[in-house]
Design a protein around this ligand. Sequence first.
Ligand SMILES: [Zn+2]
Ligand SMILES: [Zn+2]
Length: 731
Amino acid sequence: VNPVFCKVALDTPLRRCFDYLPPRDAAAPVPGARVLVPFGRQQLVGVVTALADSSDLPVEKLRQVLRVLDATPLLSAADLALLEWAAAYYHHPIGSVFATALPKLLRDGRDPGSPQVFWSITAAGRVWLQDPKSLRAKRQHELLQWLAARDACDEEDLAELLPGWREPARALLAKGFVATTSRQRDVSAPVISAATAGPRLDPDQANAVTAVTNALGQFAAFLLDGVTGSGKTEVYLQLVETVLARGESVLVLCPEIGLAPQLVERFAKRFATPIAALHSGMTDRERLGVWHDAAVGRARILIGTRSAVFTPLPRLGLVIVDEEHDASYKQQEGGFRYSARDLALLRAQQVGVPIVLGSATPSFESLHNVATAKFMPLLLTRRAGNAQPPRLSLVDLRAHAVHKGLSIPLLQAMDRHLAAGAQVLLFINRRGYAPTLICNTCGWIAPCHACDARMTVHQKSQRLSCHHCGAEEKLPERCARCGYEVRPLGHGTERVEETLVERFPGFAIERFDRDKLRQQSQLEGAIDRVHSGEARILVGTQMLTKGHHFPEVALVGVLNADQSLFSTDFRAAERLAQTIVQVAGRAGRADRVGDVLIQTQYPEHPLLQSLLNEGYGGFAAQALVERNTAHWPPYSRLALLRASGVQPDAAIQFLQQAKLLMENPDGVTLQGPIPAAMVRKAGRYYAQLLVESAQRLRLQKYLAEWIEKVEQLPSARKVRWALDVDPLDVF
Ligand SMILES: [Zn+2]
Ligand SMILES: [Zn+2]
């Protein structure tokens, strides 16, 4: 009998799988199953990617699998293929890619179907909790109080949320103040009862639903291009209904944790079937539970943010990527910098099912894919109830007086709309009180000591904070250099709010930014106050531009559009246009045309002009011509080798050596290395090397060969580096 070799993906920095022999007394594991293997002196959990009949190493050098953890594979052949493709395309170690795809508890070797143990407080426990003497056993009291506030608590949640809980729990159990129950995981088939009927579709929506429905069972990519309020979600819902009726499941990706609950709610209202919702704000236990529900087919609808793209779903029938232009689909930190949108496309292609990418402001990549007939466009032109699109106009800041960041025309428009009973929304992409603290006398500006950046003033908390590294210090009253008075310069959300309180007394103001709304529940509270009409003026950052629709908002003010107009990043214009159109889309309803006022020092700027005169579509068409001329994506392919070091020159030196490894490559250009836009950040010095090619395959071939050499460089060990394929921020 020929020996069988197991190829195992292990979370190590090496770019390959490791060969093992099957366990001595058991059958070889199946591909997709987890195994426990010896690795050096450690034992690691890995995933078998394949069985082979040969190995590069002699048999006597190979070690045996210690234990097979899954009798049935955790990942299907299609799941394995997706992860292998991702490792190859992003040139990232395969074991680390697998680690990204699996919930932590599975990486730790946990059995996904093992019974859950729940702890709860007993009646005697509640009595004891009221006894002041219970306070003496501090940790027992704390745990009991915690359990008293909840139904039943899962062991793994407890371990994560209350570290060291087990000791007091044992003492409480002995006294009969707590009880445990064990529950087998539910793997029963889902009940899919009739969905509540959806509303009648308008002709555009009906066309979109028909086009995608006709494509079910095969790969096809659709760009659902619809203005805010045109009913994209209704199209999704109708499609999902059809897919569920076929006995298939649906993967829905959404950009932010903040938006997932809204979407889940819409789906839950419509479908009487379990929905798996996966996002970054969950405990490990919850994550495992949701993963398991999806993987065994108990939940046929999976709604999740970025990493949900890797979750197994049996009988996948449709993939939906909502707000496909959103930058949060791209992992921009760490080593594995994947795009969930692009991987979703690949997944749909590999499985052979349609994918719908939805947006009111499609990414240029997607528009290009429509132009080259790779995507089929589905246009939704009508806003709900035939609402008119908002009127965009510019306020020339050079020609009008400005009161603390708010121009007179904007203030007058606010007066008018507020008097008419409408709500007003002001967008400013800057949180805090002011972006700068400056000395009146000598011109000193409060710097971050770890970054090439200024400290932002936070008046309410009386702190200076760096928005790049998180450094904080007390707000100084005097200049650090000359000792005279300092003052905040410029405007952030906090300062605009202060101005509004003075200028519009009697109108309730709701501020939307990360400082004010730290938790999901706070965000939901704020949104409720807007919907109820209690809040009259909304002021906030990017947070306001996403997802939420505020029909009573009749006026939108964009306070500082200018900072993006002259950015060196080739994507800056695309992003600014998306932001303006998205924030403008928050306004308006059927019987009233919304007004959007954009304050700018550069009203003649071509970007603003084309956006105003031709809308997002016209703007994009023009900007794509420029991209083509300059050979930027989507007309070329990019990768960025990013590096940082503690020494000022370490990153540049490493990148210079990396550049010399393979000179004059065929059809590939290396540009740089250059220092990053912000050279020093959190005490490290950043630089980058741009790799560009007109052809994807050329670039891929080059990177595969090059990166193996790059990681052999001695200087690679002195820096942190990462390869970013299809980077979003280039400068
Ligand atoms: Zn000074
Ligand atoms: Zn800093």
